[in-house]
Design a protein. Structure first.
Length: 305
């Protein structure tokens, strides 16, 4: 069995068509057909169901596809590592949540030190980014509220404090029952903490408005549309300017770790090693954020949030 056969099999499986695979790989259709038949003969099983609309992988084909993608991924990792050096090149796909204010500094340092690396950044909520790392769709990701996973290696970066934010008007406990909560999509660890805290306080079905960008959420808060839960570092400039007000919440919900994650079984290329080194150097030079005193839960019925 040749690597080329696995590439052909993967292309047919993904495209669902011999002709589309031939076009993608720049082969004649007869060659694709012959290689698939040869592969099926070697494995002594049929891999596709043929029909008028093309081909569909059957259960045996699905099994082979899992192995194929693991093998081809490892080959690409091997090739990437041998292309690497003290001045690595190639690509690095990194995911991140939107609320890490210090991330641009990390990326800037890395880009200046290793300009030949094609660094791609993809934003999303923590849950989706974790799944993409597990599926090898991302080389790594910056997420929050991550616990432990047997297939994931993590590097602690810094601790954040989450705070309730509102416009200049004072927010009271009762407002959580009437004013909209401006949050990211489901899967955001900030949103999960806010909902869990409100549930503990007896507020089961708050009004929710979902947004896809931090700037939109902050704009909505400043305009008086609603209230939100974000990291203090993300809004310290707005608080200092008197544009918004910040309110602490209990420590079990406010203290949250930002971590960098990657698959534990993925080979550590020089490119990724340099990126992790950059993160660790940044950690040494970066001062931890200040944590303000936290009210007790019982205080919220007596005072503004």
């Amino acid at each position: 069995m040749e690597i080329k056969d696995l590439l052909i099999f993967q292309s047919v499986a993904h495209n669902g068509s011999i002709s589309k695979a031939a076009e993608e790989l720049n082969y004649v259709q007869s060659h694709i057909t012959a290689r698939i038949k040869s592969l099926e003969s070697k494995l002594q099983t049929q891999l596709f169901d043929r029909h008028s609309r093309g081909t569909t992988v059957n259960s045996e084909g699905e099994k082979l596809l899992v192995y194929t993608e693991k093998i081809l991924f490892m080959i690409e990792e091997m090739n990437k590592d041998f292309r690497d050096s003290e001045n690595p090149s190639g690509s690095l796909e990194i995911g991140t949540i939107e609320t890490i204010m210090k991330l641009p500094m990390v990326l800037s340092i890395f880009h200046k030190n290793f300009p030949n690396v094609d660094l791609t950044l993809k934003t999303g909520v923590s849950k989706d980014l974790i799944n993409q790392v597990l599926k090898n769709d991302l080389d790594g990701a910056f997420v929050t509220g991550f616990g432990k996973h047997p297939e994931i290696e993590q590097i602690d970066i810094f601790q954040e404090e989450l705070v309730i934010i509102s416009d200049r008007k004072t927010v009271y406990y009762e407002h959580f029952k009437t004013r909209p909560l401006l949050v990211f999509n489901s899967g955001c660890s900030y949103r999960t903490r806010l909902e869990n805290w409100l549930h503990e306080e007896g507020i089961m079905n708050p009004k929710i408005m979902e947004f896809g960008a931090l700037e939109t959420i902050l704009g909505g808060v400043v305009s008086g549309l609603g209230i939100s839960l974000v990291s203090r570092s993300a809004v310290s400039h707005l608080e200092a300017a008197g544009i918004i007000q910040c309110y602490p919440i209990p420590k079990e919900y406010s203290a949250i770790s930002t971590v960098f994650i990657r698959r534990a079984d993925t080979y550590l290329t020089n490119t990724m090693e340099k990126f992790i080194d950059t993160i660790n150097e940044f950690k040494k030079e970066s001062r931890p954020p200040l944590i303000t005193p936290i009210f007790n839960v019982s205080d919220y019925n007596k005072y503004p949030v």
